[in-house]
Design a protein around this ligand. Structure first.
Ligand code: PA5
Length: 480
């Protein structure tokens, strides 16, 4: 699978969305989106489309331009091709939008056991991620890599995220000690704001090579910038083909018509399912292990973008639809019971793969085990896909709305399409909910409390408030 390439310039879009089972035609008009529902948002979608275009012209929706930055893609590909020769290990340090896109890309497009492959088969360094400041994981990572031949990429748009800064300080210290500051500095690359922030300051001071996190783009929209592209290129992904896929989806998703534009259609189906049919949860369920990371990346995008207290008119709306990731067929043995018979409060978006990159024939069972005979002569991918079809059918029978996004196979172009599609879907869903999909004000309170508890200067009052024990605090603690 490593190194799968496609002609990078003129890919057609290849995703197919079958949404019948999310509509009244599939599951009835109590649970499915009706034609009248879709008609009711036609004008809202059209005017949001025009507003998004105007905002793009005035430099607000800059994420849409990331697939065009060929100069950056060339620079990254060049850097990566040298680094792939030189380094045995690569540590990506960041959190949330600064790592999830790279993880999703590498999971989708490289060998699932890439780190365990012989270096010649693997091509390029092993890939490690430090996102959580979990001391056990950090220690284990430092125990595993060879620091002399390790490249570190620290990624932070703001440059001050506590988890990223702490993990980086630990790894930096280990590098400086093992290699000496001069050499260690050459093995650290920082991706951050081109001008501001503490990481920018540290990078300039220490002389690290840097790549830009584009200003005007939230962390969760940076997958097609250096944030996602550099780690992907180091793992051997054809980033030009991935960008071409994103451009193909952008071209396809240029209509203002909700029924024609795939991103607007998905946004409308999700929001209408929530608002009019009580589907307050959105499950993304790929039938491919390699696409589980994309479901995880989407989960963050949907949650942080749409989960908003205030509308654009400053009214309290507490909007949002809870995103859930599930994996077919594994979660048929874990979640589907709930999805089929529990509360009817979910819309499922299943992801189907027409042709997996490997085919594994299922041999016939031994004599006397005739009940398993139905499997013999079949193929694993066929079984997995039929399970997807069977699940969709069973959900539909139980009036559980579901739609299916099919891809012909999994390659860089398809991954680029997913990234662009889901981002535009999210922006349009924000418009339909009447909230601003950018920014994440709800995360700030917790971040500030962390700074206060860790003793950051300027947060003394909050620290005092946090450490003050309520009088009755002991009444609510259960101890042995
Ligand atoms: O999507 C977002 O904006 C967030 O999830 C950020 O990516 C995350 O909080 C990390 O922020 P930063 O890149 O500033 O360290």
């Amino acid at each position: 699978m490593e190194g799968t390439t496609l002609s990078a310039d003129s890919l057609p879009s290849r995703l197919v969305i079958d949404y019948r089972n999310a509509t009244a035609a599939g599951v009835g008009d109590l649970d499915g989106v009706t034609d009248a529902d879709l008609d009711s948002v036609v004008e809202q979608v059209r005017s949001a489309h025009e507003r998004i275009a105007r905002e793009h012209e005035s430099q607000v929706q800059l994420w849409q331009d990331l697939p065009d930055n060929m100069a950056l893609a060339d620079e990254i590909a060049q850097f990566a091709s040298r680094a792939r020769e030189r380094y045995t290990d690569f540590i990506l340090i960041g959190i949330g939008g600064s790592t999830l896109g790279a993880i999703a890309t590498i999971q989708a497009l490289t060998h699932p056991y890439r780190n365990l492959l012989h270096p010649e088969l693997r091509g390029g360094p092993r890939f490690f991620v430090l996102d959580n400041p979990d001391p056990e994981k950090v220690t284990a990572t430092l125990d595993t890599v060879n620091l002399e031949t390790t490249l570190v990429n620290v990624v932070s748009k703001s440059g001050q995220t506590a988890e990223t800064a702490a993990n980086f300080l630990v790894v930096r210290d280990a590098m400086y000690e093992a290699l000496g500051p001069g050499q260690a500095r050459k093995q650290i690359v920082a991706s951050t704001d081109p001008e501001s922030g503490l990481l920018r300051q540290m990078a300039d001071q220490e002389g690290y090579r840097t790549f830009p996190v584009p200003p005007g783009v939230d962390g969760r929209q940076t997958v097609l910038s250096a944030v996602g592209l550099l780690p992907a290129a180091l793992a051997g992904v054809d980033i030009h083909a991935m960008l071409a896929g994103a451009r193909a989806m952008r071209a396809r998703a240029s209509s203002a018509d909700v029924r024609e534009n795939p991103a607007y259609l998905l946004a409308a189906l999700s929001v209408l399912s929530d608002r009019k049919h009580g589907k307050s949860m959105l499950v993304t369920m790929p039938y491919a292990d390699s696409l589980f990371g994309i479901a995880d990346w989407f989960r963050q995008l949907w949650a942080e973008s749409l989960g908003k207290k205030l509308s654009v008119d400053n009214e309290v709306v507490n909007a949002g639809q809870t995103p859930i990731k599930a994996l077919g067929a594994i979660d048929q043995h874990s979640q589907i019971q709930l999805y089929t018979e529990g509360p009817n409060d979910k819309l499922l978006q299943l992801i189907a793969v027409e042709r997996y990159r490997d085919a594994v024939n299922i041999p016939s069972p031994p004599d006397g085990i005739s009940e398993l005979g139905y499997l013999g002569g079949g193929e694993l991918g066929q079984l997995l896909d039929r399970e997807r079809l069977a699940t969709s059918w069973a959900l539909t029978e139980a009036q559980r709305p579901n739609l299916t996004i099919s891809v012909p196979t999994i390659d860089p172009g398809i991954v680029g399409e997913f990234f662009y599609l889901f981002q535009l879907q999210t922006v349009m869903a924000g418009a339909l909910y009447g909230v601003n999909p950018f920014g994440q004000p709800g995360v700030e309170a917790g971040k500030n409390a962390t700074y206060a508890l860790m003793g950051r200067i300027g947060y003394e009052d909050l620290r005092a408030e946090l450490l003050a024990e309520p009088n009755d605090s002991d009444s609510y603690v259960n101890r042995p």
